[in-house]
Design a protein around this ligand. Structure first.
Ligand code: PEP
Ligand code: MG
Length: 748
């Protein structure tokens, strides 16, 4: 080893040792001074300074120095766009110069006394994407910094960065520039997010929290309490009313939400134990919270997912009883009526509760717009947006907010003017009946080509809208929603009731019913997945139902029975990856169908599949031989084609439906299917977007399944375009070789 290398190694280990001194060190200034002195002497430089970046003021501040005037410490400050130090930190690139003052961006700081030191080396320090500061070394000419010295300093700064980051935080605390933060005070007054469900609503914000943390420890509540018995019967009344409300809005979930809780209200182990505690002399609030906490702990620690899920039911119930114990106090916590809920993790069943309680709007902090929670919020027509800004979770309960679901805007404490503007907007928003009156029975392009507009349905509550807006049928009924909103698998009979209602209300029209597509971001809370690390790539969708054939058998039986004499009901399998999977699933339909009495079973229904995995692109010739029809699930096709989680807002920019591989992949799937005369539709979100709509029609698609409220817009859009122009548009898109080229063409 060369002498110089040995010296460098020694320096690295010395610095490492010094850095370890920061822990527990109370004098940060002295610590920084020791670091710079050590560096200056080892590197043989006249000047060694550390500039730290102060995010609050956006200044870079000379924090410690050997060689410059001590009086300039804390005084010399520059902006990111100023001087060589600013340049190094702004561009996150080191700068080596023989004569610093000749550089066009050189800025002279006379108070430092740096005039003689022309040889200059500045190395930015960062931690991940966080800018920390700059280490600057200076010497008199002609002693410029050699390449090996530069490498050594680069290695050193990467060691220093973490410790200096801590030092910077400690310094800020000592100087009082950082107050123990109340982030709620720092929330911006306007945040731009993404639209999930249009509609403008305002109201007090309320952060959705879970679990026992909400239940006060012991007899936390003081004040005038009614007796426990009265509170319990008030709670029972409240739950029955909630159930009624829910039945109107969500027939398939009618008895679900509060049934378990109503049962608990008569359970001797639960309510009985509370009463016993009161008899022993405990205040009612304490009795409720002690017993509730005990149950929550028991449920939370259960090895069964469906029991763990019960913990939130208990919590919800206890909060209701507690609220009813103190009826005079206006505690909004147990009801979300007219509030704007801000939430990070919502289960589909939470959204149902919020809908039943008439929440005004939902702000999801993170998540993707094609996630199923988002889809459910849309189905329930709750104005909702997604904003990936974690600080929102610290918003004060009761803070007035306004949600513009259409544009993804959130206003915190909006000015009077903004409120007035939106009030006007609400008044002028078109009524559904007005929209419905403008809709034609049939949708045609400008040159008269018929395109069938079907409706996607997640909840039976959407059927009215689909009928009002003249959907020609149901192109996708996502059967998983009745599964998602329950806390256990629906029985065959439960399913039969739901499917029967769907088929009867849409009688005579084509209905495509998709078998259970659970897992991924549609976790069934009662079905253990053993903490799969990659649920989207795990045991989900058709894989799940084929590995538990009893679930699929029950469902198929319910569908076939509910069909009665209707012959336009089609069965579709999700996430098919191979002909083998499809044939196995298809055979199960045939078997269930054969079990029905000959006189009532009618013909074997058409059996089709979703096209949503890249694996099927090259197997279409095989699939056209075995499947009756196809529907393109673009939400998943984009996700799996590009390996981008559709529910993750952080990678939303990579979720790019206009990627050339996506468009070409879709075209390659469609061509053989259409050539074989098969029915092909699109049921993913891309079908709602005029940019892609024209592409789909251009490649020959004549059936789209879309959210019912988008039917008027899509119909209008198609009426203005000719088939020839859409074909040309599609061909142009297919020729593009990059995302950018496509963006230019579609104006994205
Ligand atoms: C799709 O993947 O595009 C689709 C329609 O199915 P889902 O959104 O239910 O996964
Ligand atoms: Mg899908």
């Amino acid at each position: 080893m060369k002498k110089q290398d040995r010296a460098h190694l020694k320096l690295l280990s010395d610095v490492g040792e010094i850095l370890s001194l920061l822990t527990g060190s109370s004098d940060i200034t002295e610590f920084l001074q020791r670091v710079t002195t050590k560096l200056a002497s080892h590197l043989n430089t006249a000047v060694c300074s550390i500039y730290l970046y102060d995010e609050k003021s956006d200044d870079i501040v000379l924090t410690t120095t050997v060689g410059l005037k001590a009086s300039s410490v804390g005084v010399t400050r520059l902006r990111l766009e100023e001087g060589l130090v600013g340049k190094a930190l702004r561009e996150l690139k080191h700068i080596v110069l023989e004569k610093a003052s000749l550089h066009p961006e050189f800025k002279y700081f006379p108070e430092t006394g740096e005039d003689p030191y022309e040889c200059f080396l500045a190395v930015p320090m960062r931690r991940g994407v966080e800018r920390i500061g700059v280490l600057v070394l200076q010497r008199e000419a002609p002693h410029k910094f050699t390449e090996s010295e530069v490498h050594l300093v680069l290695a050193l700064t990467s060691q220093l960065a973490g410790t200096l980051e801590n030092a910077r935080a400690l310094l800020a605390l000592q100087s009082g520039t950082i107050q123990p933060e109340n982030r709620a005070d720092k929330l911006p007054t306007f945040l731009q997010g993404k639209s999930v469900c249009p509609g403008v609503k305002s109201g007090p914000a309320y952060v959705f929290r879970r679990r026992a943390s909400l239940i006060p420890e012991g007899a936390a509540k003081e004040g005038e309490s009614v007796d426990l018995e009265t509170a319990i019967s008030a709670t029972a009344k409240e739950l029955t009313a909630l159930q009624q409300q829910l039945a109107n809005r969500l027939p398939e979930a009618a008895s679900l939400i509060s049934e378990a809780q109503l049962l608990m209200l008569t359970d001797p182990g639960f309510v009985g134990a509370m009463k016993a505690k009161v008899v022993e002399g405990a205040p009612p609030a304490q009795a409720v919270s002690d017993i509730a906490r005990k149950y929550i702990r028991l449920f939370e620690n259960s090895t069964h997912a469906y029991l763990r899920e019960k913990a939130s039911d208990v919590e919800d119930l206890a909060l209701r009883i507690l609220k009813n114990l103190f009826p005079l106090e206006n505690d909004a916590r147990s009801s979300y009526k007219n509030q704007v809920v801000v939430a990070r993790d919502l289960f589909p069943s939470d959204i149902l509760k919020l809908a039943a309680e008439n929440v005004n709007a939902i702000v999801l902090v993170g998540g993707g717009t094609t996630s199923h929670v988002a889809i459910l919020a849309r189905s329930l027509q709750i104005p909702s947006i997604i904003i990936d800004f974690q600080e929102l979770l610290q918003i004060r309960d009761g803070e007035f907010v306004l949600v513009d679901g259409e544009n993804g805007h959130l206003y915190v404490n909006p000015e009077e003017e903004t409120r007035r503007k939106y009030e006007k907007h609400i008044q002028t928003t078109e009524d559904i009946s007005v929209l419905a009156s403008k809709i034609q029975e049939e949708t045609r392009t400008r040159d008269g080509i018929r395109v069938r507009l079907m409706s996607n349905i997640n909840l039976l509550g959407e059927l009215d809208l689909a009928l009002q807006l003249k959907a020609e049928g149901i192109g996708l009924y996502r059967t998983e929603f009745p599964f998602l909103v329950r806390d256990t698998f629906p029985s065959c009979n439960d399913q039969l009731q739901i499917y029967r209602e769907l088929f009867q209300r849409m009688a005579g029209r084509e209905i495509t019913i998709r078998t259970l597509d659970a897992g991924g971001d549609k976790m069934l809370s009662y079905f253990d997945t053993d903490g799969e690390p990659n649920p989207e790539l795990g045991l989900c969708s058709i894989r799940l139902t084929l590995s538990h054939p009893e679930i699929l058998e029950d469902q198929l039986k319910a569908i076939l029975l509910a069909r009665e004499n209707q012959n336009r009901i089609r069965i579709m399998f999700p996430m098919i990856a191979s002909p083998d999977e499809f044939l196995t699933a298809k055979e199960m339909v045939v078997q269930q169908w054969k079990k029905l009495p000959t006189e009532t079973r009618g013909e074997l229904p058409q059996i089709g599949m979703m096209l949503e995995l890249p694996a099927v692109v090259d197997l279409m010739d095989e699939f056209v031989r075995i499947a009756d029809f196809f529907s393109i699930g673009t939400n998943d096709f984009v996700q799996y084609m590009l390996a981008v989680d559709r529910s993750n807002e952080r990678v939303a920019d990579f979720y790019c439906p206009h990627h050339p591989a996506v468009l070409r992949g879709i075209n390659r799937m469609v061509r053989p299917a259409l050539a074989a005369g098969k029915d092909v539709s699109v049921c993913g979100e891309m079908a709602h977007d005029p940019k892609y709509l024209r592409f789909f029609v251009g490649i020959g698609i004549r059936k789209l399944s879309i959210d019912p409220n988008t039917i008027p817009e899509i119909q209008q859009c198609l009426a203005t375009e000719t088939c020839a122009s859409m074909e040309k548009y599609a061909q142009d898109l297919l020729k593009c070789t990059s995302i950018r080229e496509i963006e230019n063409l579609i104006g994205a």
